[in-house]
Design a protein around this ligand. Structure first.
Ligand code: 4AD
Ligand code: MG
Length: 462
């Protein structure tokens, strides 16, 4: 007999049919000789109620069916007498796959803190909270592909192992097969990377953008969606050492087209979640963040504010606030500044453009003022920067000048610079941090709770 998922049983499945369900016990309670089991199989946050008559199954079996146990149940789908659920299964056969000893199984009925659940990340999928979060994460990953595919963008697989540092921040994890106990050295006494696996220094990518640009300058519109690595030693609720980034890159887009796409994309994903993850969002709304759904709906209805960096600095200076980090033209904005602009001043998402070139990466297009670049950061409530992007420098000489000014190794980037010699064209793109956006969508406050297995400084468990 074929197994039916709980989600299907709860959405108009014909009553009276014989069905087979398989899942994990959430709760069990007995009333006289009848045992009621709430069974969850991950297909939905809702459980199906199993009604088992004691006389049919024997005491031992029912005793072993505790919270966390895996079982299969065959029985008839019936209208439920209880008010809690529309239907239930009157059990005829029960098979116990795996017990979960109540003395040692950590996920008993009482609520656990998110901190505690991080320590048992191998089991936290079995809670309502993490079931909801990871179903939403899946839905968003799917929606990202759908959005771009429907628009005619191509999914480009950029490499994970690279020899360049796209963001120029030097926050890279090295990839090597050199023997650490016997490191080859050159005449100057430096490590001889010509003996390494790739014959040169390599690292895990911090961004697929540079390779993405190569694709966009031929395929027109592309996007990447993959794991990204940053060895920045920031232990914050917004930073991961391994996160997932979505990077669209488009030929013939200027900075305004880029902003329009970013806004449309974020609204599309938010709408997708509201339309397709309703049960899970309602659960998170009720359990953690009573303003969650309202906030998501607000985003859809209102245009994002668009201001220049210079304008943002003026607003922050005029605020009369005492800042932990100084506000001064030329300095980067900190989380406290970003959150003030979004949460207090404009009370909506804000796109900041035209940052000083010194605080942005080498590839951004220089403005006519010679001081600022066509950068854009999208700031969201509760998180700050969710997207970073820009129009790219397509002028060969300007790009080369900037690379030299920054003392970057132009030999490593020959292939990138080369695209500006042949059929160069205006183009733009941005990067969305998947987990940053999921913090916003789920109402979680720590990025470690929206990725299955967080990688952070001093933590690579699981
Ligand atoms: O602003 P970033 O560094 O931009 C880039 O990497 C560009 N190459 C993107 C592009 O234009 N194609 O990173 C982009 C986004 C940030 O806005 C943030 O959402 C996320 O990636 N991000 C992180 N998310 C989690 N943990 C970290 N350590 C992150 N660093 C960046
Ligand atoms: Mg950034």
């Amino acid at each position: 007999m074929k197994r039916t998922k709980v989600k299907e049983l709860l959405t108009g499945f014909p009553v009276g049919e014989e069905v087979l369900v398989k899942g994990w016990v959430r709760t069990k309670r007995s009333i006289k000789e009848i045992v009621f089991i709430a069974l969850n199989d991950g297909s939905t946050i809702k459980n199906i109620q199993i009604v088992a008559e004691g006389v049919k199954f024997g005491e031992q079996l029912l005793k072993d069916i505790n919270t966390g146990a895996a079982i299969a149940v065959k029985g008839k789908l019936a209208e439920s007498k209880g008010k809690e659920q529309p239907v239930e299964i009157i059990a005829e056969e029960i098979e116990l796959y795996g017990k979960a000893d109540p003395e040692i199984y950590p996920l008993q009925k009482k609520g656990h803190s998110l901190e505690f659940l991080r320590e048992i990340a191998h089991l936290r999928f079995r809670t309502n909270t993490f079931g909801a979060i990871f179903r939403i994460r899946h839905a968003i990953a799917f929606a990202i592909h759908k959005y771009f595919n429907d628009k005619g963008f191509y999914y480009l697989h950029t490499p994970i192992i690279t020899g360049s540092d796209c963001e120029g921040a030097g926050e890279m994890f090295r990839v090597t097969t050199l023997d650490f106990d016997n490191i080859p050295r050159n005449q100057e006494g430096k490590v001889d990377f010509s003996k390494d696996f790739f014959g040169k220094e390599t690292n895990l990518t911090v961004s697929g953008q540079l390779e993405g640009e190569l694709g966009a300058l031929a395929l027109g519109e592309i996007y990447t969606f993959g794991p990204t690595f940053r060895a920045e030693n920031s232990n914050t609720p917004r930073h991961l050492a391994e996160f997932w980034m979505i990077e669209p890159e488009m030929a013939f887009y200027d900075i305004n087209d880029n902003m329009d796409l970013a806004e449309d994309f974020l609204k599309y994903l938010t709408r997708y979640a509201l339309e397709n993850c309703r049960d899970d969002l309602e659960f998170l709304n009720n359990m953690f963040d009573k303003g969650l759904i309202e906030r998501l709906e607000f985003i859809l209805k209102n245009p994002f504010e668009r201001i220049t960096y210079t304008n943002a600095i003026e607003i922050l200076k005029a605020s009369g606030r005492k800042w932990e980090f100084p506000v001064e033209w030329g300095r980067d904005l900190q989380a406290e500044h970003e959150r003030y602009l979004v949460e207090e001043y404009f009370k909506r998402p804000v796109i900041i453009t035209d940052y000083p070139k010194e605080i942005k990466a080498f590839y951004m297009k220089l403005n006519d003022d010679g001081k600022t670049v066509k950068a854009m950061d999208v700031l969201f409530p509760g998180i700050g920067e969710v997207i970073g992007g820009s129009q790219r420098e397509e002028d060969y000489n300007k790009l080369l000048n900037r690379i030299r000014e920054l003392n970057m190794n132009e030999k490593d980037l020959w292939w990138y610079i080369d695209t500006r010699r042949f059929g160069s064209a205006p183009h733009s793109g941005f990067g969305l941090g998947l987990e940053r956006f999921l913090i916003f969508l789920t109402g979680m406050t720590n990025i470690r709770d929206v990725i299955p297995f967080p990688r952070t400084p001093r933590n690579a468990e699981f």
